[in-house]
Ligand binder design. Structure first.
Ligand code: SF4
Length: 64
């Protein structure tokens, strides 16, 4: 799901320590740099909200 990144989202994500990237997902296979479910990781890996105008949240994300 593509979401526009507003200042409000940035502020709330920081305040609530929002985790949504592959690196914090239970399905991420760090040794392979890949998703254990076979999804592309590029849209969700290493995203810094202060550096992007939009973000694609992964519906399969599960906090590790
Ligand atoms: S399920 Fe989604 S968030 Fe989790 S590792 Fe795979 S692509 Fe990344």
């Amino acid at each position: 799901m593509i979401t526009l990144v507003s200042e409000r989202l940035r502020h709330e994500a920081e305040r609530l320590a929002l985790r949504f990237c592959c690196e914090d997902c239970a399905h991420y296979a760090e040794d392979r740099g890949a998703c254990g479910n076979g999804y592309p990781v590029e849209p969700h890996r290493g995203i810094v909200l202060s550096e992007v105008e939009q973000v694609t949240f992964c519906k399969e994300f599960e906090l590790a």
